[in-house]
Design a protein around this ligand. Structure first.
Ligand code: NAD
Length: 537
């Protein structure tokens, strides 16, 4: 695999000629062939795949037909039946092996992610780290989460109850292009750990990254048919996936998420939905301003703002507003924007013309209605087809599209606030509820404020990493940002059916021989009162 830099950072970033030898952005043909060999494609159709960094071809991708998806489910069902009998401890060992494999192949994985998605290498590494941590977390905790649990029975000593966590069967995972490595895999890890098989449908724009994940799974010891990857547009592959799966884990836009939810409802299967956001950062009057400015840059411009938990609205206390804006704008101006897969680039490209069109439309609308551009605001075709500068806006009002609609690009708006209850109210405006961030020197006060924010995760003195990177912590959205949670116990329990097994011993739950129903009801009433007195639940 070889890759090379173009040039032209906003401010010139250091360049590493050893890492980027100067060839074109390309993947060796044999590498692409090896990855795509696992795509079922009986129709023989292929599509050309290009890198958003340069628009240059990366290879030719076989496309799956609906019949290929149906056959994949047949293989997955057979594999799952055998897999469900494999002890959880053995599954955990494979996950810990996966952890090591991910880290040992990290440079290769980062390079592929960069070439396919156009993101900066540090953003690619974040994916590698998150997935390794996910493998370690479930590699260490699955047995505890899945253990059969003893529960209090109806009558102490007489009724014995156990809770089993039974696998759902075959789980369909539909993932987006923005974090193509971790989002294609991190939700599948607990699905496998719980005894399920997975049919994965990564976004077509980043299919190779999804395929390297499948290769790693197999190397870690998971049977090949347990993790199969389908290739093609969502609308084509989605229908047979929805028809075959026992559960769907979807990550993507709220619009598609609602469609998926309706289809799951038709079949009465469960789903988890990880959707969009319009996330707010609150910088309180006692915030450490420099730290908040650093967090705002990372929070707003990681992966060129194409991050579901990134900050698109920043509310700043009047007392620190001017200082914060000065530091935030200075730090944004200092970012290097580069067409390179090297470590030195701060921000890469948007992934597609669609993304570029959205960012440009939101910006043009805001400017036309009176918003001020404090820095950025320009498309950079000199770097590559979809590069766009990190952009900070002031004076955004409710009539502007970017006020409440997710841009999913490097466009962030600043707002001044006078009192904190007003800031909370404004942060809670709209229909989303994914992530929020609070900067304050008083952690306890910031955490107390979190309880009033409508967001599935709240990060204190950090834009997103503290909650997202803590694998024991459930993660997901409130309101139109989603349903269900990934990570933690909830992240694995969603792939199981809770099965209660009650055993009645000694006496039946009916009047014993010779006792009338009336007498039995009287004895039961006394027993129930006693159980309450004894503090039983
Ligand atoms: P999208 O909804 O267009 O696509 C996501 C996935 O769904 C892709 O794999 C796509 O091929 C597939 N898909 C599209 N139509 C489908 C259909 N009819 N049936 C089945 N599958 C279909 O989303 P996108 O634009 O690619 O991703 C960006 C969005 O995802 C943003 O809104 C972002 O906030 C959100 N996102 C959320 C999270 C999260 O964890 N909450 C993470 C990343 C991205």
């Amino acid at each position: 695999m070889t890759a090379s830099p173009a040039s032209g950072p906003l401010t010139e970033g250091p360049h590493d000629p050893e890492h980027d030898p100067g060839a074109s952005y390309a993947l060796e043909r044999s590498y692409v062939t090896q990855l795509t060999a696992r795509i079922p494609s009986t129709g023989g159709r292929t599509v050309d795949h290009v890198s958003p960094i340069s628009g240059q071809p990366l290879g030719s991708i076989p496309q799956s037909e609906p019949a290929d998806v149906e056959q994949a489910f047949v293989r997955a069902r057979a594999a799952q039946r055998a897999w469900a009998t494999v002890p959880v401890a053995q599954r955990q060992e494979m996950l810990l092996r996966l952890h090591d494999l991910i880290l040992s192949r990290r440079e290769e994985i980062c390079e592929l992610i960069c070439l396919e998605s156009g993101k900066a290498r540090k953003d690619a590494f974040l994916e590698v780290a998150h997935l390794a941590m996910t493998a370690r977390y479930y590699g260490r905790t699955s047995a505890a989460h899945l253990r059969t649990q003893r529960l209090p029975g109806m009558f102490p000593g007489l009724t014995h109850v156990e809770l089993n966590r039974v696998p759902k069967g075959v789980v369909g995972i539909i993932s987006p292009w923005n974090y193509p490595f971790t989002l294609a895999l991190c939700d599948g890890i607990p699905a496998l750990a719980a005894g399920n098989a997975v049919i994965s449908k990564p976004d077509a724009q980043t299919i190779l990254t999804g395929l390297i994940g499948a290769e790693l799974m197999e190397q870690a010891g998971f049977p090949r048919d347990l993790w199969q990857v389908m290739s093609g547009p969502g609308a084509d592959i989605g229908t047979p996936m929805m028809a075959g799966a026992d559960y769907i884990c979807f990550t993507g836009s709220t619009k598609t998420g609602k469609l998926i939810a309706a289809q799951c409802a038709e079949r009465l299967i469960g789903c988890s939905l990880e959707l969009g956001g319009k996330n707010a950062m609150l910088v309180l009057r006692d915030a450490a301003v420099e730290r908040a400015a650093e967090g705002a840059v990372r929070g707003s411009f990681s992966n060129s703002g194409q991050l579901c938990i990134s900050m698109e609205r920043i509310f700043v206390a009047d007392q620190v507003y001017d200082r914060f804006v000065e530091r935030f704008v200075a730090r944004t101006k200092a970012m290097s924007l580069g067409a390179s897969t090297s470590w030195e680039v701060d921000m890469g490209t948007l992934i597609s013309q669609d993304q570029l069109d959205t960012v440009e439309a939101h910006l043009a609308d805001a400017v036309a209605k009176g918003a001020t551009v404090l820095t950025g605001g320009k498309h950079r075709p000199d770097l590559g087809p979809y590069y766009f500068e990190p952009t900070v806006l002031e004076g955004v009002t409710p009539d502007m599209t970017c006020f409440g609609t997710e841009t999913f690009g490097p466009l962030v708006s600043l707002y001044r606030f006078q009192d904190e209850s007003e800031a909370i109210k404004r942060a809670n405006d709209g229909s989303y509820g994914l992530n929020a961030s609070v900067y304050s020197r008083d952690g306890a006060r910031a955490r107390a404020m979190a309880r009033h924010l409508k967001a599935g995760t709240v990060n204190v003195n950090e834009p997103f990493g503290a909650a997202f990177g803590s694998l024991a912590a459930p993660m997901g959205g409130m309101r139109e940002s989603g349903l269900g949670r990934r990570q933690g116990a909830e992240g694995i329990w969603r792939y199981t059916e809770a099965q209660s097994v009650g055993t009645q011993r000694l006496l039946p739950i009916t009047p014993p021989l010779g006792l009338s129903e009336e007498k039995y009801a009287a004895i039961m009433t006394t027993s129930l009162r006693l159980l309450k007195k004894l503090g039983r639940a």
